[in-house]
Ligand binder design. Structure first.
Ligand code: GAR
Length: 219
């Protein structure tokens, strides 16, 4: 089976990146990370990649005069690598429509909420303020509208009276670290197909997001 080739975009700690690296190294995921790219050259995730001999590219967005110029440079770096999939893993910059159109539908994002709830930032705080009892994580195809593309997989957890933003972040991370390797393994096995419409899983169009609860045995 041909390995799925990935470029992973990060801005920070890169714990999701680490989960993907671990899945590859333990042969749970047949994939190759061609490079990890960060818009913050000091991001810890770049060190994680280097520790596993994965090429890294830091492109400081502050050195560019416009978002379009930065994204064009990013696009050129990625085009040179010809990946199958672009994985946003804690990539905290809004992408231009030009960049998204160029790679659509091959950009995936992980977002810490049960989309369409809480697009944008501070999702855990907003779930607490709204007294939500259930909160979670979504993996979706990136489209031009922020955090609005077709959702592939969601994982959810209880919010208790003891929870604060930090504990919700920990709960979200625990699920995220299972979810990205799982979705990428479906892509590598061609169980999941990304299309310009709704994604297809096991020959059926995904109408409602798949639930992680139904796949825990596969992890
Ligand atoms: C993750 O929780 C991810 O869901 C979130 O950033 C975190 C990155 O953690 N992404 C977003 O908020 C995107 N809008 P990591 O750097 O440890 O993988």
């Amino acid at each position: 089976m041909k390995k799925l080739s990935l470029v992973v975009l990060i801005s920070g700690s890169g714990s999701n990146l680490q989960a993907i690296i671990d899945a590859i190294e333990s042969a749970k995921l047949q994939a190759e990370i061609k490079a990890v790219i960060s818009n913050r050259p000091e991001a810890y995730g770049l060190s994680r990649a280097q520790q596993h001999n994965i090429p890294t590219i830091g492109i400081d967005h502050q050195q560019f005069t416009s978002r379009e110029q930065f994204d064009l440079r990013l696009q050129q770096e990625i085009d040179a690598l010809q990946p199958d999939i672009i994985v946003l893993a804690g990539y905290m910059r809004i992408l231009t429509t030009g960049f998204i159109d160029h790679f659509f539908p091959r950009i995936l994002n992980i977002h810490p909420s049960l989309l369409p709830k809480y697009q944008g930032l501070h999702t855990h705080q907003r779930a607490l303020e709204n007294h939500d009892r259930i909160h979670g994580v979504s993996i979706h195809i990136v489209t031009a509208e922020l955090d609005s593309g077709p959702v592939i997989l969601q994982g959810q957890f209880d919010v208790t009276a003891q929870d604060d933003s930090d504990s919700l972040q920990q709960k979200a991370h625990a699920l995220e670290h299972k979810m990205y390797p799982l979705v990428l393994s479906w892509l590598s096995q061609q169980r999941l197909l990304l299309t310009s419409g709704q994604p297809i899983f096991d020959d059926e169009t995904i109408q409602q997001p798949l639930s992680l609860d139904n796949f825990l045995e596969d992890i």
